[in-house]
Design a protein around this ligand. Structure first.
Ligand code: SAM
Length: 260
């Protein structure tokens, strides 16, 4: 044909495309590590501790991207189910299902690839579903847990995402959200402002070759409702026992709620 790209065999083409996305995903990972000085790993661990995953659970991780949160949930369950096998818990491992939902299929593809590298067999425990946090494809009352990490800030209508979270959870199900939030500690706030408005965009340009996206990131954090306001929104979506925990003085916050 007259189009050069069509001369590339199919499997080679998808490999090329795959490589492009892997390199995007790896600079994304590197940026996360740099921007948070590695702390995002601890923050995600903290999120999982609060979730308290158990064998047999149905869990939905929204904006789950490359599987960072889902792998942690599964690892925690595996360590718990070791005890289950010794007869202390009534669940069987086979019932466990973690659904990773993300609007971007390329992020999901990277996640799938990482899952197989970690030795998770296709569709065993993990399901990768393309979808919008504002209109989930899951049934009412089908999930024991819902997490969203660094995702809700990007959603156009936060209220819609929250009411969808409420809808898909079972009674007794827990909602947990990890998100960049607002620092309200004198002095630290000023330092953090300089860091976010000057250092982060410069780092984005240097490392990812993309100043604008990181500028946008910083601005979107400013626009996101503060801890109290966001807690109120979670309550308005129907959740009970809404609370939040600030980490590093509010650089990030973990909000939680229960569907009773
Ligand atoms: N949760 C991962 C983590 O903590 O590393 C990824 C966070 S990443 C900053 C944000 C993710 O949200 C992206 O993968 C993006 O595709 C996804 N996303 C953005 N808007 C979304 C929406 N409306 N519904 C579902 N996912 C969305």
């Amino acid at each position: 044909t007259s189009f050069g790209y069509k001369q590339v065999p199919e499997e080679q083409k998808s490999k090329l495309v795959g490589n492009v996305f892997s390199s995007v995903a790896s600079s994304y990972d590197l940026m996360n590590d740099l921007m948070s000085v590695g702390l995002h790993r601890l923050w995600k661990d903290r999120l999982i501790s609060k979730l308290n995953p158990f064998p047999g659970m149905k869990h939905l991780d929204v904006a789950g991207g490359t599987g960072d949160v889902a792998f942690r949930v599964l690892e925690r369950i595996n360590s718990v189910s070791h005890r289950a096998m010794q007869g202390t818990l009534p669940y069987t491992e086979e019932d466990t299902q973690i659904y990773v939902c993300d609007i971007n299929p390329n992020m999901l593809n990277v996640g799938k690839k990482r899952a197989s590298e970690r030795g998770y067999k296709e569709d065993n425990f993990l399901s990768w579903i393309q979808g919008d946090a504002e209109a989930l494809s899951f049934e009412d009352g089908s999930m024991d847990g819902y997490t969203i990490a660094f995702g809700i800030r990007n959603v156009t209508h936060i209220e819609k995402a929250l009411s969808e979270a409420y809808r898909v959870l079972k009674r007794g199900g827990r909602f947990l959200c990890l998100e960049l939030s607002h620092v309200d500690v004198p002095l630290f706030k000023e330092i953090y402002d300089v860091y976010s408005f000057s250092v982060i965009p410069a780092m984005g340009e240097l490392v990812a070759g993309d100043r604008q996206s990181y500028q946008y990131l910083v601005e979107s954090v400013r626009r996101f409702p503060n801890q109290e306001k966001f807690a109120q929104m979670i309550q308005e979506a129907g959740f009970a026992r809404v609370e939040y925990e600030n980490l590093v003085g509010g650089v990030v916050a973990i909000h939680s709620g229960l569907k009773l």
